[in-house]
Each structure stands twice: as C-alpha cells, then as structure tokens.
Write a protein that binds this ligand. Sequence first.
Ligand SMILES: C[S@@+](CC[C@H](N)C(=O)[O-])C[C@H]1O[C@@H](n2cnc3c(N)ncnc32)[C@H](O)[C@@H]1O
Length: 240
Amino acid sequence: MNPPARHAAALPRVAPVPDPAPDFDPLARVYRWMEWCTFGPWLGWCRSHFLGELGHCRRALVLGDGDGRFTARLLAANSSVAVTAVDASPAMLHLLARRAAAHAARLYTARADARSWRPVVPASSTHFGPPYDLVVSHFFLDCLTTEEVHALAVAVRRSTASRAVWAVSEFALPPGRLSGFLGRLLIGFLYWAFGRLTGLRVTRLPNHARALERAGFSLYKRRSRLGGLLASELWLAGES
Ligand SMILES: C[S@@+](CC[C@H](N)C(=O)[O-])C[C@H]1O[C@@H](n2cnc3c(N)ncnc32)[C@H](O)[C@@H]1O
C-alpha cells in the first residue's frame, strides 16, 4: 500500500543509482582487431590527430583508454608527461600497462568507474595527480549519457590547471539527409552490438559538446573524418 501523501512528501530524496559500467573484459584482447576490421586505420588517425600538439603537457589524465594504444604513443612521444589512466576494465588496464611497459615509471593506472572516480595523488609519487594539464578521452564519452558527461567534466574541471587541454575523439552524426540516415544506422548498430557484448546501457550518442561547454571548456580545434562520422577535438579549460 502507498503511504499517505503527506508522509510520502517527507521521504528523503534518493539519488538514482547509476547503471553499472559496461564490462569490456571479454573484448579486451580482440578489441583492436574488431576495430581494424570495421574502421581500418580511421579511429587510430582520430586518436593521434592532435598528438603533436601535446608536447608541453606534464600531467595527463586518460579516461577509458582501453588497451592503451594511445597512452603508449603519448608516453613515447612526450618524455616528460606522467599519465594517470582510468578504466573500469582490469583486462584493458592489463594490456595498457603491458603496452606502455617501457615507460612504466610515468604511468599510474586506476581501475575505477570514471563517473565516480576522483583524482588522488598516489602515495608512490607526486608526479601523478592534479592539477592535470591534459585530459584525454577517445571513444569513451559515448559510453556515458549527456548528464554523466557533464558531471564528469565538472569533476575533471576542478582538477585541471587553467588552460588545460582535453583531447576528444568521438563518433558524430554526419550532416545531410542520406549520410545522417546511414550514420544513425551505423551508430545504432554499434550501440546494439556493444550493449550485447559488454552490457552497455547507453543507446545514443551524448551531446558531449554541450556538456563540456557547460562545465567550462571551450572548443579550440575540430577535425572531422569519414564525412562527419568521426571527429577529433581539442578543448581548452577556461580560466578558473
Ligand atoms: C569503446 S572503448 C574505447 C577504448 C579506447 N579509448 C579507444 O579509443 O578505442 C571504452 C573504454 O572505456 C572503458 N569504460 C567504459 N565505461 C567506463 C566507465 N564508466 N568508467 C571507466 N571506464 C569505462 C571501457 O572499459 C573501455 O576500455
């Protein structure tokens, strides 16, 4: 039986429990081959598009890098950067650590749900941790809703230096009727497939641009590929 209305109004408000993070463990080993068979080199080109502009960065926060292909390249390209890599998948983090083994001293990994993880300075070294001057998320924000991207961006903004950069790679809906329709079909299929394979509950692209803007970041550069289906972006944190 429902409580009388006056009692119901007095009940404490309970924050909604977020869906569990998707489980990418079963895909970890085959992930790069799945990617290669579907998109060839295109996603890799998106990830590395702004790599040459990150040479000044010293403290990086890499969110959901999966098997570590970008993190390993960043560590190799910039010998002064220390990377904190956050991912929910132990199998992905294992591959990431193996791939970046040559630079292990400059890598700190955290197995966590990025939505609730908060930056810490690890006891082992003060090189890691905030304030970050670089944030990276490649094909990760699409695992979140717009509201979750916004909450994450607000938390990230609190731990970034002023004028920090955020490198983003994402899928996007191409402009135009036919390409927009085909893009919608493809993205819908990807969400369906990853929903089945990993338990991902999100079913549509978040509006990450609006979420980042609302959190105090502004778009600095953007390069789109495959007729607008893929985008590499560089965002700047505003003055805090
Ligand atoms: C689609 S894969 C992208 C991997 C890689 N960044 C790339 O460019 O291919 C998403 C990655 O984000 C991780 N991930 C998804 N949701 C997460 C969450 N809520 N917290 C932490 N990691 C998450 C997954 O474990 C996986 O490694």
